[in-house]
Design a binder for this molecule. Sequence first.
Ligand SMILES: [Cu+2]
Length: 471
Amino acid sequence: MYSRRDLLKNVAAIAAGVSAAAVSRSALAAIPEAVIQTSPNTMGPLQPNNGRDYNPVVTLNGWTLPWRMNQGIKEFHLVAEPVLREIAPGMTAHLWGYNGQSPGPTIEVVEGDRVRIFVTNKLPEHTSVHWHGQRLPNGMDGVSGLTQKAIAPGKTYVYEFVARRPGTFMYHPHADEMVQMAMGMMGFWVTHPKEPHPHIAEVDRDFVFLLNAYDIDPGSYTPKIMTMLDFNLWTWNSRAFPGIDPLVVRTNDKVRIRVGNLTMTNHPIHLHGHEFTVTGTDGGPTPPGSRWPEVTADIAVGQMRQLEFVADEAGDWAFHCHKSHHTMNAMGHDLPNMIGVDHSGLTKKIQTLVPEYMVMGERGMADMTEMAMPLPDNTLPMMTGDGPFGSVEMGGMFSILKVRDNQPANNYQDPGWFEHPAGTVASEWQGGELAHPERNGNSGGQSMPLKHQHQHNIEMKVRKPTSHDGH
Ligand SMILES: [Cu+2]
């Protein structure tokens, strides 16, 4: 979680980067200065200070890349490079990304903008950048070998095109793709409409993040790049719960959440306490007549979805992938189901030989969160997160939508835990002894007695083989 001071400092740092690039030595240089950001904190929205105006997005645990205007062209500078990314406090990964981070910075432009992007390759192998979902000249599509030469290490390439349609996009390499995406190379792109659009709502809060996944053995730092499906860290913008910042909004705000999936499996993204509609995909805004209410949107591989709703229920609402193993951090998967098996005698005997020995899962896995289990360096507990009522028992793709009546507009500071009105929290029954449960089929119990007692004599009919005549 970030403090307000951090947020201001970081916004100021970005602003300083912009003005330095705009007015000093770089103003005369051929290539705009690359702005680097290494903090994993959620940066405040980057308000446009030139070009067409728009309402900027907020990148969860990320930031927006500043640009410079050069004779009417918006110029950005992306640097593909190895980065250190804190996945959550206690674990840092050696990834590849852009401008100091994985994912790279969000790029925000306006429909009709002519955009020029310089891409410098500081990786040990060649790369390219594909602008997923964009209308552009074929030679700007970034498919190495097919539409351009790969960008060799140390080289800088230039992409230039007009952002022709408004919407939600992403960028990623189209060179040694499996390795480079498994290492974290990706970023978000938003093209805002140049004028009010009938299918694009104006919203109060506009969040963006990418779904990504890594396979990093506990105690190690670098993802295994040959993993195809069995990843062990399920992340949003290369962060795992409890490292994912909350989405902070004010009661009755119109909220848009844009999500892109660059993992190798689908993610049913589920919001508690509200219904949303899918208002757009990477193909553009959906016509309003095609929308229906949902509380879970499945986001397939390579897809993007825009979820929109009015946040009219104050509280701390869970927001997560509905695949339960995607809300867990790295673990061994090959465990037998131990529920109901009593190891108490056995454990003590083994502990005289192996003092740290413990049994997992004899009452479910929740005990795991409370065990002070020794972990190797640089790994995360499988299920964790201290909530106001105890452990949240989550990891991975999990965050919290925090809806508050008094959250100031444009303020993303974590307001702390929700203060529940009296009498609105589930609590322990204090009404005395519980009635002994009646088995259905005896009397039916006191609340729903059976009308009649039936006794059926069930007759078994056995079909015997037909005669063997003819053999
Ligand atoms: Cu998932």
